[in-house]
Every structure is written in C-alpha cells, then in structure tokens.
Design a protein around this ligand. Structure first.
Ligand SMILES: [Zn+2]
Length: 478
C-alpha cells in the first residue's frame, strides 16, 4: 500500500519537508516559509492581486493590533473569535490601559476607520484589500493548513445598498473559484455556508471547498455579505442623494496560505510534491546525463536551451552539480518540478533530449530543434491534466446516493473495512442546527456548503428524515 493512502498525515509532513517548503520554529504553531514555499504564495498573490485590481480594488494596510473594545462592538464577532485571540497586555514594562489583540481579521479596525472615511454616497463604493498576517491561536496545527500565524488577503468593501454589496460578494467568490481552478488546478464546489459554519458576524457566507487526497475538505476561500451589522456597530453612515443618513452595506472576503497546503494535498503523490506548472518556483530542470563532463558540447547545448526558455519567461534551472543523475532526478521530483529534460552524449548524437513530466510515468524523446516549443506545450498540457485528474478524483469520491444516517454509517464502515476514503456526501438537510450538529458529533462530517450547482436536490433530511430545505455537502474537514 502506498504511503499516501496508508498514512496521509505522515506523507504530508514528509512531503513538505523533503520539498524544503517550510521549517518549524520555537513558537508553537508558527512556521517559517522557506523560499520555495514562499514563492508558491507569491504566485498566488500575483494572480489574485491582478484580478482584484482589474475589478477596481486597491490595496491598503491596517495595524496588526486591535483594541479590546473594538471586539465588543459586534457580539457575534467577539463570540466567534475570542477563544483564539492572543493578547498584548504590557509594553515598555508597563501594563496597558486596554489590552490589544493580535488581529484575527480586520473588520473591526477597518469598520472604525470607514466610519471616518465615508461621508456621502459619492464616497461609495469603497473597495479595499489588505495583504497581511493574522493570528488565530489554534490548539491543533498543521503547516500551511492551520497555523497560529498565517498569511492572507482580506478584502473589505462598503456599498450603498444590499444589491451592490451582494454583487460584490459573489464577484469575489467567482474570482476565487477561477484562480483556484485555473492557477492551482484544484476543482472546487462553490456554495453557501450553513449558519453554524458561517463567519462570525456575517449575514451570509459563501465558500469554495476543495477535496484533498484523503477525502477531507479544505475551505479554500470565503466571501461574506455582512449586511449593515458592522456598519451599525461602528456607525458607518453616509448621506444619500436625498440628504438622509443611511448605513452602508459591507462585505469581506479572504484566501490564505492554506491554499499552499491544498496544492500539496491535492496533487502530491508517493514520490512527493507535484506542482501545477503555473505556480511552480522551478518549472523546468535541465540535467546532463552520461559521461557529460568529458563532452563540453552537452553543457553548451543545455545552456542554449536554458537561455531560450528564460527568454520565454519560463522558470528554469540547470543542475550541473556533481551528484549522480539518479540522485538529481529524485531530488527534483521531491520538489515537484513539472518538467525534467535529460541530455547525454547519445541523445546529442541523435539530435534529441529526453523529456519527463512530473506526473507521468514515461519519458519521451523530443528533437533538439523543437525542445523549447515542446516544453512550453507540455507545461500547458500538464496544467490541464492535473486539473482533470483532480476533478476525476473528486467526482469519484463525491457520493450522492446516501440519504439516511444508517446509510452514512454503513458507508463509513465499508470505507474503513475496504481501506478506501469516505469522501464527501451530498445529503438533504431540514435547516435545524441540531440535525447538523448531531451529524457532526456522530460522524465528524460537517456541512461544507450548500452548492450552487448540485447533481440532484435531496428530498429528506439526512438526520431526522423530515422534508429537506437544503441540499448540502457533508465531509470531514481540515
Ligand atoms: Zn433534520
């Protein structure tokens, strides 16, 4: 049995360590991003940032410390976040008059400021995003997926009315879906969160949910319609065209470095990391093989290929260290580099190179004349192929035939006995919190979202058997 199916958590930690993406630090739950790990985030940032700006948003920066009193202004918000807040109680040797929290998210600070910045309908909409670190003191941590400090972006917008704010909420969810599917090659289910799972202080929360190779879900991005709740708490009012005061409608939306964890858990295999070409820090590695040191024309040809790829904007490395080819192959595979090119004296005589895609078993020979074109083509093909593979996997493990708790429990028992992953279950839900809680208690399956596009609507509640109001994806989640 492969390690990935046998012991997924061990496989995950081994994979990120062998790929040199991160390191642990003496601060519990806080990791260091090493350059190859951080660059994954940079590519995600670049694409997201471009999309945000194309849709009229601008970046700003807000303080990391938030006064305690700010949290008390919005009841649900403090209730949701207070268990995870780290506090600063003294500075420069003196006790502070008011405790300061390390931000878990910035609705309160930004709400406070927007109440000064927004005066008239002419000031709206306010479309601001922040790239920042946030803190949530988690009991159980897992690198990239759940850490006490993590990196993210948080968008905070203010609008004249509900319609405008709701359009914004959906627009950002669509951008998240497009980036996660297009750039990270991760298929997602988009939909609405149930009240129990939504953001503390939101009216409605929407999410995209991704399936990892162990069948568990990762919430890959969320977009919240906050109504006038934060506007009322922080007194964010504007004068409308009739010269009357009205509360703004706000939204917030976020994605974080857990996307890196998702990439690893969706695409990785028993040989280690597999990276979609679009975000790979190194997209192509060139490796001389055979008695190449005696034959200077080998490195000369590889240098030419290197320059040609570089001028095409492709991130390429030439590995001419004195390690054996076998060692190098293994090392670059562990790092998930999408395409490897091998060139030795015999290949040179045949006017060809060998090309291997990280996710395919066989090498193919490519003529030296066509090598740059072939590599460009393969990077594109692999990007699509990884998405298709992940999609086939999530479809295979998305179960739509389970309608009762007995069936769910049987399904879990069968998966356990057969050593297969339980995956996700599409089931009916009556809308009662108690049913949702009870499913979670008994099976650890939580409501992921109420999908916009569902295979088939369900008639009865998975738990109580009464008429279903919603059709929900249930799954174990990170
Ligand atoms: Zn029910």
């Amino acid at each position: 049995m492969s390690q990935i199916t046998n012991d997924f958590s061990k496989w995950y930690i081994d994979t990120i360590q062998k790929a040199d993406l991160m390191d642990y630090t003496p601060v519990r739950g806080c990791i260091a991003f090493k350059p190859d790990g951080y660059e994954l985030w940079e590519h995600i940032q670049e694409e997201m940032d471009k999309r945000f700006k194309e849709t009229g948003h601008r970046n700003a920066y807000f303080p990391m410390l938030i006064p305690e009193s700010f949290f008390q202004k919005e009841e649900d918000h403090i209730e949701g976040f207070s268990p995870e807040l780290p506090w600063i109680t003294e500075a420069a040797g003196e006790k502070l008059e008011e405790r300061l929290a390390l931000r878990p998210t910035s609705e309160t600070m930004i709400g406070h400021l927007y109440s000064n910045w927004i005066k008239s309908y002419r000031d709206l909409p306010v479309l601001i995003n922040q790239w920042a670190n946030v803190f949530r003191w988690e009991k159980k941590t897992l690198p990239f997926i759940r850490t006490s400090e993590f990196l993210w972006q948080e968008g905070h917008t203010a609008h004249v009315d509900e319609e405008d704010a709701r359009n914004e909420t959906m627009q950002m969810l669509t951008i998240y879906k497009e980036v996660v599917e297009g750039l990270l090659a991760i298929p997602v289910y988009d939909g609405q969160k149930t009240p129990l799972e939504q953001f503390a202080g939101a009216i409605d929360t929407f999410s995209i949910e991704a399936m990892m190779k162990d069948g568990k879900a990762v919430q890959a991005g969320t977009s919240h319609y906050l109504g006038t709740k934060f506007a009322e708490a922080f007194d964010i009012k504007y004068l409308n065209k009739e010269n009357k005061h009205e509360y703004v409608h706000t939204t917030s939306w976020g994605t974080s470095t857990r996307l890196i964890g998702s990439v690893i858990m969706v695409h990785g295999d028993d040989q280690g990391l597999v990276l979609p070409p679009k975000i790979a820090p190194t997209q192509v590695v060139l490796i001389p093989v055979g008695p190449w040191k005696k034959n200077p024309s080998i490195i000369a040809r590889l240098d030419e290929i290197f320059d040609a790829l570089k001028s095409e904007g492709i991130r390429v490395r030439l590995d001419n260290s004195d390690q054996s080819p076998g060692f190098k192959f293994n090392e670059w595979e562990l790092k998930g580099v999408p395409v490897r090119i091998e060139l030795g004296p015999r290949d040179l005589n045949n006017n060809q190179v060998l090309m291997k895609a990280r996710d395919e078993a066989d090498k193919v020979s490519v003529s030296l004349e066509a090598v740059v074109e072939s590599i460009k083509q393969e990077l594109e093909t692999m990007q699509t192929r990884l998405f298709e593979k992940a999609k086939a996997f999530y479809e295979e493990h998305s179960h739509t035939h389970i309608d009762t708790m007995e069936q769910l429990e049987q399904h879990l028992q069968d998966s356990h006995q057969n050593g297969t992953i339980p995956g996700w279950v599409l089931a009916g839900w009556c809308g009662e919190n108690s049913c949702e809680e009870s499913v979670k208690e008994k099976t650890k399956f939580s409501a992921r979202n109420i999908p916009f596009n569902r295979p088939a609507p369900k008639q009865t509640c998975l738990h109580c058997g009464k008429k279903a109001k919603y059709t929900v994806w249930f799954a174990r989640a990170y």
